[in-house]
Write a protein that binds this ligand. Structure first.
Ligand SMILES: [Zn+2]
Length: 416
């Protein structure tokens, strides 16, 4: 038996007037998701238990059976693991986004947050900018004095580690996710620590004059002119996946968070060329990689697609709907065909890790619709009041059984 978890990041959403009062899942043409929803075991799951903030970090920990109330140490240490960075005990890791802030000549605090990703800046430019910044003698000596070092990645998501005390106690630090605060004045969303704020301000001085950004501006692109710290955490440890479930497996995703959560549980990470975490990601390549990994002996695969969430943060509703349709036709359909042609018994869990709301681009903790489907579920078993088969939508699942402990869902996937 093969087991697969397919996560469409942030697919779930509210109804939008611009698409006739439908949600993106309702508006999307997704025959395979609807097919398994009408035949599988359906429900709603609480993946982001209060008081933790809703987001991929807490939600995906839940989906892997790691209770976030017990295993959540902040987002950055999970992402750091993806880069093979071990956060020393007592040190602090935090995300370092290449963000874009307004450029009017005024006090730093009066600038506003324009983009959490500098408009989806390409990895090479992002890596070059942050490397040059931390190599700049003035900035480098200040960063070193503060004990802050950077681990560049090939995306707008870099990692920093601080191994010296800050002005504010680690436990009292307050950070603001940039994608949740688009348009805000910096003075209202800077971290409550003078050292970190000074580093961010100094980064603006250097980055706003960097040739890469000057060129971006001439091309009408957003400059990556400010490093933005958030999602801090201390060293993370997760339970071993094989010890818990007796399954060997891998994670397929474009985002470091998923890689880190996999690595910390002893799972393999499969990188797929062209997997960007954006609407243009390599959907088909991910499905192929999953089937190949199953052929090579894996029992379990978690396949994560970031695109719907990223589109929502970029206020791109048509893109979100397209991303959902791509997951259906370029990921789920070939997987179902692949299992069928192999004559393989399988069971899959389709889930949106959390809601991401088009009205404000923010994550939300509303219980998410999920379906567990296996090749034995051939009969339509889920019928709506109007007699039609249930579709994979928020509305059709509104009366479905609720799983208060989302971290228990995976046990149902593996139940004999
Ligand atoms: Zn997510």
């Amino acid at each position: 038996m093969k087991y697969l978890i397919l996560i469409g990041d942030g697919m779930a959403d509210h109804a939008q007037t611009s698409i006739g009062g439908k949600t993106p899942l309702e508006a999307a043409n997704k025959p395979d998701m609807d097919y398994i929803a009408s035949r599988g075991t359906i429900g709603r799951s609480v993946n982001c238990p209060a008081p933790l903030a809703p987001g991929s970090d807490t939600a995906i920990l839940s989906i892997f059976g790691c209770d976030p109330a017990k295993y959540y140490f902040g987002r950055a240490p999970l992402e750091a693991a993806a880069q093979g960075i071990t956060v020393p005990p007592g040190a602090l890791a935090f995300r370092c986004n290449m963000a874009s802030i307004s450029t009017e000549p005024e006090a730093f605090g009066l600038h506003t947050m324009k983009s959490h990703s500098a408009g989806g800046i390409d990895g090479a430019a992002s890596r070059k900018l942050v490397t040059d910044l931390f190599a700049n003698p003035e900035f480098a000596s200040f960063a070193e004095k503060c004990g802050v070092s950077v681990y560049p990645t090939d995306s707008y998501r870099h990692i920093c580690v601080c191994d010296k005390p800050l002005e504010t106690d680690y436990g009292k630090l307050k950070f603001y996710p940039p994608h949740d605060n688009l348009g805000a004045a910096l003075k209202d969303i800077l971290p409550n620590d003078k050292i970190l704020t000074a580093l961010m301000e100094q980064s603006y001085t250097f980055l706003s004059r960097h040739p890469i950004n000057l060129e971006r501006e001439t091309r009408g692109e957003l400059p990556a002119n400010c490093i933005w710290f958030w999602a801090s955490g201390t060293s993370a440890k997760l339970p071993d996946f094989y010890e818990r479930y007796g399954k060997r497996g891998s994670v397929i995703s474009a985002v470091p968070l998923c890689h880190g959560i996999g690595i910390l549980q002893g799972l393999k990470v499969i990188s797929v060329p062209g997997a960007t975490g954006e609407l243009d990601t390599n959907y088909g390549g991910k499905a192929e990689a999953a089937l190949k990994a199953f052929d090579e002996g894996d029992d379990f695969i978690c396949l994560h697609v970031e695109a719907p969430d990223e589109c929502t943060h970029n206020s791109d509703l048509p893109g979100k709907i397209q991303a959902i349709e791509n997951i259906d036709s370029l990921v789920l359909a070939p997987l179902l065909d692949g299992f069928k042609t192999r004559g393989e018994d399988f069971r899959l869990l389709l889930i949106s890790d959390h809601y991401t709301l088009s009205e404000n681009g923010q994550h939300d903790a509303t219980p998410v619709p999920y379906v567990i489907y296996s090749n034995n579920n051939e009969q339509i078993s889920n019928i709506r009041d109007d007699g039609l088969p249930i579709r994979y939508t928020e509305r059709d699942f509104s009366g479905a059984p609720l799983t208060e402990d989302g971290c228990k869902l995976i046990e149902r996937l593996f139940k004999p």
